[in-house]
Design a protein around this ligand. Sequence first.
Ligand code: NAD
Ligand code: TYD
Length: 351
Amino acid sequence: MRILVTGGAGFIGSNFLQLAVPAHPQIEFLNIDKLTYAGNPLSLAGLEQYRNYSFARVDVAVAEDVERVFKDFAPTAVVHFAAESHVDRSLHEPDTFVRTNVNGTLHLLEACRRYWRGQESVFHHVSTDEVYGSLGPAGAFTEESRYDPSSPYSASKAASDHLVRAYHRTFGVPVKITNCSNNYGPRQFPEKLVPLMILNALARKPLPVYGEGANVRDWLYVDDHCRAIWIVLREGRVGETYNVGGGSELRNIDVVRAICRGVAQATQSPVEELEALITFVPDRPGHDLRYAIDASKIRRELAWQPLESFETGLRKTIDWYLQNTAWIDSIRTGAYLQWIQRNYDDRGRAQ
Ligand code: NAD
Ligand code: TYD
């Protein structure tokens, strides 16, 4: 098996490679990544020692470059992580999201269509529960839920999911799709809620909660997600979609309070000092109220279930950020500071 991993220098892709490469020496992995602000070579530390791993800097939105990768590497599977992934950024630069998430997925599917005819292969598309839009106070997304994306990010992911299904139905490309909930864990860029709050709490900076903090997300530890991808890739049915969730629904304010408690415990500081940093800031436009996943299909068919609770996963995550100061220093560049200023100054308060 020869697996082409796209976006493997990002949060989920790098955790996937850190687990899969050492565990499967008989499988060749090629990681292609554009290395945008979200891709960090330090997240790939240690992988260079494995003979079954290689890296190439490639932009999936450039069709000729994707085609060259298919000619040279001849993958038998693709695990497609590469994407622009942050909702707030998609409000500022939606065109980048369409370019990478829609065009990039299209170019990969085209290459599969051309190079895979008659072969046993699989294109695994990593997607999000945000394609289903927002839930009210009750219920959970199933694989049959209607697509109803709210943000340019989720709209671009929805479009990419549709292209993946279309290439299966029209051209017979063997595809599988996973739609998962909010991931957290090591190596996540601190624009997303959990690492942003951990690093701000450690630095005694404001903890900016959008609106009233009443929006609900389901939290999935990244290793649990990576195991789900592996199981679906190897054993899932072709043409099928599997929803993946952590079974940990929490209001944002409760996530932030849990982070305050976790950081206080890990650094032996008073929790009140950290909770005093919580600052309510103007809400995100189009902010989805609630996401929840019905993961019964993947449990039933593939016997997958999450191993971490939010409490145990959060402890591991906080420990990782405490121990990996070089990684944190590497992302605290001018571009990161500019983003923080743009996102939070626009809201008028915090930071
Ligand atoms: P991330 O933003 O941390 O990483 C994205 C990676 O893709 C980076 O390494 C970046 O350099 C690379 N990339 C971006 N544009 C590229 C391009 N044009 N060509 C090649 N590489 C490019 O994202 P993540 O959180 O690791 O998410 C991975 C996938 O999982 C995405 O498709 C995302 O939509 C999906 N997903 C993420 C979450 C989550 O909570 N993080 C939840 C559900 C689904
Ligand atoms: P985020 O990590 O950006 O993921 P997503 O928007 O894909 O769910 O945000 C998670 C939740 O946290 C979301 O409801 C928005 C909220 N949030 C804040 O309240 N403050 C913040 O600074 C950030 C980044 C997010």
